[in-house]
Ligand binder design. Structure first.
Ligand SMILES: [Zn+2]
Ligand SMILES: [Zn+2]
Length: 600
């Protein structure tokens, strides 16, 4: 689906980009107000490095989504001991409570000043600034930095900080340039906030979907296909459950489903604009000496389906869903488990409507996405991105569309923030950011209005006036990418999926070999209830079998021995609550069936 940030973007081009940012993201609530704080922290870091090793050259040191970094040019980089020394020196700088002051210089004086500091990277940046621009610096103690600001007022405000990692980074991100050393850090005004953040990072590590995905045998990755995940049997169960749940909600909301080809001709991608603007991210193939491309997006296919017959206003709205497998070429260095892959299933939909239907349709989409997230217990927040400078289409259309989007969000009582001018050039959009149990935020759903594609594909419907009209097209995803959503769920639940979503819901464990026949009765009884049940009748100690089931995070373990077989009972152990005692098989079957249904 949609994107915004790259100027050459086409519909759907850039959502993966945003996902990267979010994949490394931590708690909400930092954002804009923390920007100056984290940027000031990066100055403290640079100040400390210059105090310790004055010959080190400074490159850039911005605030980022969560924290800050600074790039340094120093022979040999920094050792673990160096990092400790830097943290100590940073403490001194904070304690000294320097005032952080802004000053400006005319361009030529600024150049002389930076030359005297012998900072070649700063000089390069300074010389790249447009003539006539005011050149500002920030100074604290004996340290100053070419910088647009803003900053906090005193170094003492940066009470709690930690340097979190070190990595290599090319100057300007270009591998032809020199490799610099990037030091990352995080900081907060209070120590409790820093502690909570670091605990969250630890927790995130323990929940890492790559680790849990391997342990729970959900998916795998292979050098045979970098970035192309393999779904293992249990992962496939999980994926199908997500699809079933999705289909149920979409069916109720009046969607129809289509499937469009994975490979389509160059001519089509030229028509959609992807061949010119997105080709570097597409896999291409030759068939009978003609160029084709593997689809990076589902939109053009959906447009062809819309155009496959004449449409009347009476046919609208059309809500056309597609669980489309798309392929996008991502640089190998950016791949990350199932969070960032080269092949993924978008839970896509394209809605075709008359202008009058826009408010109802958008409202329906937002309610549907809300419903979908509720099933997993996710809270979310919404961002509305409005008309950018390079917008295409009439301003009145934009104004009206933005008005509709705002009204819909207001009517639904949804909490939202507005990103002025941050929409894609082809239409405004709404993003949904869900919040997981450890406070991280993930952008998943997107609702994107598109003024461009209906025009490129010359979509039409016949209005009540008998004339041809151009429909409004909305692209939207709710999960985003299914594979990534699975990764988010794995981390959100730490692998302990709720009962309805567990690939294995119940495991029956025999105490000895002669209980096997009764155990099989238990298994088939539960399978009749539509439950996913496994039998562990191996000749192993019961303690060992329980431990394994516990590690596999199976919600219920049913232990059966002679006593249970005699009584027609099962001894129930819950993954989350421990021993629940003995229940008749009927009673457990009933309880499990109800619990399974309540999840959906
Ligand atoms: Zn700065
Ligand atoms: Zn689309």
């Amino acid at each position: 689906m949609p994107n915004q940030k790259q100027s050459n973007d086409l519909p759907d081009a850039d959502d993966r980009k945003e996902q990267v940012v979010m994949a490394t993201t931590a708690p909400d609530g930092g954002g804009q107000d923390m920007h100056a704080f984290w940027h000031s922290s990066s100055h403290v870091l640079a100040h400390a490095v210059k105090n310790l090793w004055p010959d080190t050259k400074l490159a850039i040191g911005p605030a980022i989504e969560n924290g800050f970094y600074y790039d340094f040019d120093r022979e040999g980089g920094f050792s673990t001991e160096d990092i400790q020394a830097i943290e100590e020196e940073m403490k001194n700088i904070v304690k000294a409570n320097y005032k952080i002051e802004r000053f400006t210089l005319p361009r030529d004086e600024a150049i002389t000043y930076v030359k005297a500091q012998d900072e070649p990277y700063k000089l390069e940046m300074l010389e790249a600034l447009p003539e006539g621009e005011e050149i500002s610096f920030y100074r604290q103690g004996g340290f100053s930095d070419l910088c647009a600001g803003p900053h906090v007022r005193y170094t003492k405000q940066i009470k709690a900080f930690k340097l979190t990692s070190v990595s290599g980074a090319y100057w300007h991100g270009d591998e032809k340039n020199k490799m610099l050393t990037r030091i990352y850090g995080i900081s907060f005004p209070r120590k409790e906030e820093l502690d909570a953040y670091l605990a969250m990072l630890e927790e995130a590590k323990a929940r890492d979907h790559r680790k849990l995905g391997r342990e729970l045998e959900l998916f795998m990755l292979s050098d045979a296909g970098p970035g192309f995940p393999f779904m293992l049997p249990k992962g496939m169960v999980l994926k199908d459950l997500l699809v079933d749940y999705w289909k149920k909600l979409h069916d109720k909301a009046g969607y129809v489903l289509i499937q469009t080809p994975l490979i389509l001709s160059r001519t089509l991608w030229e028509e959609s604009g992807h061949w010119d603007h997105y080709k570097d991210n597409m896999y291409t193939v030759k068939i009978d000496d003609m160029d084709y491309a593997v689809k990076p997006m589902n939109c053009p296919g959906a447009m062809l389906v819309f155009k496959s017959k004449p449409r009347s206003y009476r046919d609208l709205p059309i809500r056309m869903g597609e669980l489309g497998l798309v392929h996008r070429h991502e640089k190998s260095g950016t791949l990350l488990g199932m969070m960032r892959v080269r092949a993924f299933t978008q839970d896509d939909a394209h809605l075709f409507m008359t202008p009058d239907q826009m408010a109802d349709e958008i409202s329906g989409i937002v309610r549907l996405i809300d419903d979908l997230y509720r099933g997993f217990g996710f809270q979310f927040r919404v961002e509305l991105s409005t008309r950018p400078e390079n917008a295409m289409g009439a301003i009145e259309d934009w104004d009206r569309a933005e008005e509709v989007l705002k009204n819909v969000l207001d009517d639904l009582g949804a909490a939202y923030t507005i990103n002025e001018g941050d929409g894609a050039f082809y239409g405004p959009k709404i993003d949904f950011h869900i919040r997981d149990t450890i406070g991280r935020s993930w952008q998943c759903g997107t609702v994107q209005l598109d003024f461009q594609m209906p025009q490129r594909f010359e979509l039409e419907y016949t209005g009540p006036d008998g004339e041809k009209h151009r429909p409004i097209v909305v692209h939207r995803v709710a999960y985003g990418a299914l594979e990534r959503f699975m990764a988010i769920l794995i981390e959100h639940f730490a692998g302990k999926f709720p009962f309805w979503l567990s690939p294995d819901q119940v495991r029956v464990l025999t105490i000895s070999q002669h209980n096997t026949s009764y155990a099989q009765t238990v298994v088939s009884r539960l399978k009749d209830q539509g439950l996913r049940v496994e039998l562990d009748a191996r000749d192993e100690k019961i303690g060992y079998k329980i431990r394994e089931a516990q590690l596999a995070k199976v919600p219920y373990m049913l232990v059966v021995g002679d006593k249970e077989a005699e009584e027609g009972a099962v001894s129930v152990r819950s993954r989350d609550e421990g021993n629940l005692g003995s229940l008749s098989l009927d009673a457990f079957a009933d309880k499990a069936r109800k619990e399974n249904q309540s999840g959906l």
